[in-house]
Ligand binder design. Structure first.
Ligand SMILES: [Zn+2]
Length: 156
């Protein structure tokens, strides 16, 4: 994922490491700002605050996605104390779902160069072991391995 997407996009997933790096950065910046708060012009704050609200929400939504949950779970943060604790534990400490989930960018974008084959199963060529995707229409028929050209019987 390009850095701009990591910061601003509400699509896809991020892991715990990216999430923590972002928050360490924001925390250091807040501390710096706090010690120099008298020197900061108001217009800068008017740009910076919405910027960090947006990126913070985008990071949280992508981490909820990584957990296999809807981005709307960010709203749990509105519950005082419990919501913040729940978000911290789930987003900061719990692992994402292993393997792809419904929030992967390539699964949600129909024009992706690598679409996920819906309902496809994968077999391995008996000669070269290359992967062959079997779509529902190919079931029970014969196909050819795209790597070595060997004939393969598709499972029914
Ligand atoms: Zn083959």
């Amino acid at each position: 994922m390009p850095p701009a997407e990591v910061l601003f996009s509400f699509d896809g997933r991020i892991g715990r490491k990216t999430y923590w790096l972002y928050h360490l950065f924001v925390l250091s910046l807040s501390l710096l700002t706090y010690f120099h708060r008298e020197d900061l012009p108001i217009p800068i704050l008017l740009i910076v605050l919405p910027l960090f609200t947006w990126t913070g929400l985008a990071m949280a939504v992508k981490r909820w996605h990584d957990r296999g949950k809807s981005g709307w779970w960010v709203l749990i943060g509105l519950i005082p104390i419990v919501g913040a604790l729940w978000s911290l534990i789930e987003l900061g400490f719990l692992e994402g779902t292993p393997g792809p989930n419904e929030y992967d960018v390539r699964a949600t974008r129909p024009h992706s160069p690598h679409p996920i084959l819906i309902d496809a199963i994968t077999i391995h060529c008996w000669r070269c072991k290359a992967e062959i995707a079997i779509t529902p229409e190919m079931r029970g028929k014969e196909t050819k391995c795209s790597s070595c050209g060997t004939r393969q019987a598709c499972p029914a």
